[in-house]
Write a protein that binds this ligand. Structure first.
Ligand code: AMP
Ligand code: MG
Length: 408
């Protein structure tokens, strides 16, 4: 039986980044950059005013105060989007609005609230030192600056940066096509009545959601019955996928046909990993498509997807980091016994007095879908003997990219 590390290595070795494609910026959210995004333009493109007020030569306001205002001639106005045609000469001021280019000659802006307006003149009730309320050209983004590196996921902040720097369309990695097939005679799809002995199929919907979150393009192929012909027929639709995910049918039961098909008609790379939940995990190639045979139990399917499926998708996407972060936290509540298989325990994290505390989400049976809800991490209980007790430090694999309260 393989260790978790060996299994992950063998899986990742089968994947390399997909080709790139161009998408409009408006559709780039959540996509992964295929190349470094380099600013072609500086931001702001020109020095401009941070306030509604008056542009001046700083020297003209020297010594200005409420008690001894400096009176300057109002020479004109420059709103945002326009350029002042003239020059601000000594003894003059120009009304300026937020975002408008600083006129030639001026080197400071005094906000309106510190001025008094009269007929053709403005009184300055305070000094405006050089650079006052002026945003320098390029102070946000210098030309040639690296906006975001290849392999980074585009979030709202990157969208704003790319938009501001005039990058459109954006070169991103193609989303991996991930075929998803659920297996089992007992499974009923949504909307159909439950016949005796049936349960609702939930792994398919779970995996569609999880693949989307991972950046993949899921296709749910439906439910295959526990018959070789049906399984084979449905799997043939996965031929041009970048990855096929099945759930169920990889154990040692009489109806565990995924494993059998992989062995007989494809190449089995490995079967079974020293972990809990998720021991009966199969990986191989079927007709050239990498197939990850996830266990049927919903928690096992979810945990093995997280540990092996998501990194494969992230590798296809050319992500810099294919793994999620692991942090050290303090266990609270029940003790956890070590075993000869690595144990992944669903837990919730919370921050108390500057320390991150983990509590399990309750009973951990691999059929308990409710134990997945609200889990913000998987506690990684290494193989071995003894017990991890309340108060002990334990590694936690985060299930979200960021902690809910920001970086701890
Ligand atoms: P199997 O590995 O096929 O024997 O399945 C193990 C357990 O997981 C059984 O209790 C199945 O009913 C359940 N199971 C398998 N596939 C699904 C699915 N798509 N949705 C919900 N439960 C499933
Ligand atoms: Mg089954």
């Amino acid at each position: 039986m393989l260790s978790v590390e060996e299994a992950r290595e063998r899986i990742l070795a089968q994947f390399s980044p997909l080709p790139a494609e161009d998408v409009p910026l408006a559709q780039a959210l959540g996509r992964v950059l295929a190349a470094d995004a380099i600013a072609q333009e500086q931001l702001p493109p020109f020095a401009n005013s941070a306030m509604d007020g008056y542009a001046v030569r700083a020297g003209d306001t020297l010594g200005a105060s409420e008690a001894s205002p400096r009176r300057l001639r109002l020479a004109g106005e420059v709103p945002a989007g326009r350029v002042y045609a003239g020059t601000v000469n000594a003894g003059e001021t120009v009304r300026i609005l937020t975002g408008a280019p600083l006129p030639d000659g001026a080197d400071a802006v005094l906000q309106q609230e510190l001025t008094r307006a009269g007929d053709g003149w403005i009184e300055f009730l305070s000094e405006a030192p050089t650079g006052n309320n002026v945003r320098a050209a390029g102070d946000d983004i210098a030309p040639g600056a690296l906006l975001a590196a290849a392999g980074m996921e585009i979030g709202p902040a990157e969208i704003a940066l790319l938009a501001a720097a005039g990058i459109h369309p954006v070169r991103v990695m193609r989303r991996p096509r991930v075929a998803i097939l659920s297996t089992g005679d007992e499974l009923a799809p949504a909307g159909e009545p439950l016949r005796p002995g049936q349960i609702r199929e939930s792994n398919g919907p779970y995996l569609v959601a999880a693949v989307l979150r991972a950046g993949g393009d899921p296709v749910h192929l439906g439910i295959a019955r526990d018959r070789e012909d049906d399984l084979r027929a449905k799997l043939s639709a996965a031929q041009d996928a970048d990855l096929a995910l099945t759930s169920g049918g990889v154990s040692v039961g009489d109806y565990d046909l995924v494993k059998q098909i992989l062995e007989e008609q494809g190449t089995m790379n490995f079967w079974r990993v020293r972990m809990r939940p998720g021991k009966p995990l199969a990986f191989g190639l079927l007709g050239g498509t990498p197939l990850l045979g996830l266990p049927g139990n919903p928690v096992s399917a979810a945990v093995t997807f997280e540990l092996f499926g998501r990194p494969a998708i992230r590798r296809l996407l050319g992500c810099r980091e294919v793994e999620r972060p692991t942090i050290e936290v303090v266990l609270e509540g029940e003790d956890i016994e070590r075993a000869d298989r690595r144990h992944f325990v669903r837990a919730r994290l919370e921050s108390r007095g500057g320390t991150l505390i983990a509590r399990t989400t309750g009973a951990q049976g691999s059929h308990l879908i409710s134990s997945l809800q609200g889990a913000s991490c998987l506690l990684v209980i290494m193989e071995g003997e003894g017990v991890v007790r309340q108060g002990d430090m334990v590694s936690a694999l985060l299930l979200n990219d960021a902690l809910p309260w920001g970086n701890a």
